[in-house]
Design a protein around this ligand. Sequence first.
Ligand SMILES: O=C(O)[C@H](O)[C@@H](O)[C@H](O)[C@H](O)CO
Ligand SMILES: [Zn+2]
Length: 299
Amino acid sequence: MSSIKIECVLPENCRCGESPVWEEASNSLLFVDIPAKRVCRWNSLTKQVQRVTMDAPVSSVALRQSGGYVATIGTKFCALNWEDESVVVLAEVDQDKKNNRFNDGKVDPAGRYFAGTMAEETAPAVLERHQGALYSLFPDHHVKKYFDQVDISNGLDWSLDHKIFYYIDSLSYSVDAFDYDLQTGQISKRRSVYKLEKDEHIPDGMCIDVEGKLWVACYNGGRVIRLDPVTGKRLQTVKLPVEKTTSCCFGGKDYSEMYVTCARDGIDPQGLLKQPEAGGIFKITGLGVKGLAPHPYAG
Ligand SMILES: O=C(O)[C@H](O)[C@@H](O)[C@H](O)[C@H](O)CO
Ligand SMILES: [Zn+2]
């Protein structure tokens, strides 16, 4: 039996931590704090954190094949040079929707950067509905729009054979699947593979493991759950000492550790006394299953 250990490795007090991404080359975890407009890089060996502040909310970050990173900032897909902190806009979306911003994003196995949008929230999960859409940025910097009418565009990942795209629109309380064509980046045949139970609250960020099972961070549920997308069954629940768990990724040695981000916004002072580590970065070891390396953006 594996014994699961959960520890807060960085008491970052993120207002809304998101988009954890493991960078093997630097033994680091990248993540963002959306409303703080920050991209952070935590070195797991030195425990040092570097933070770069942007001029708009940063909702996701990803590795870039040619060096540096890409990030979704406001409604823009951007390239980020970590050394001089410069940003270059690669493309912009939702120009007709002034109250929109990007939310979660991830790179597909062919190097396309997928990310969806949402209306800005007035409070956690309170927002004008159906304003978001899902997009991808191709390596040649052109943008493809997949669909709109999204509430809160969130977790995304691809099956091990790259034939299925998994996606979460949070307020649908569902984890969905599409057939995926890796050659063209087309999606089709949307269906639900799992509906969240009441006490699991809101599905947020997600990642896949080497056995093809999905790990979903449950916002307000204080947990990550492991799902079998084939049978539609929940296989495991791992509870954390914070309630607003937002996303998860594998990292560390051989991708055997899981990193979880969470939020501090929306918790009253009384609540913060009970969960002082809210907004921190958590590491879970002993899960007994590994994850995969993130794909870098190919453009
Ligand atoms: O992190 C995100 O994906 C959103 O930007 C957050 O605001 C919350 O997680 C959301 O409110 C819960 O669905
Ligand atoms: Zn999210």
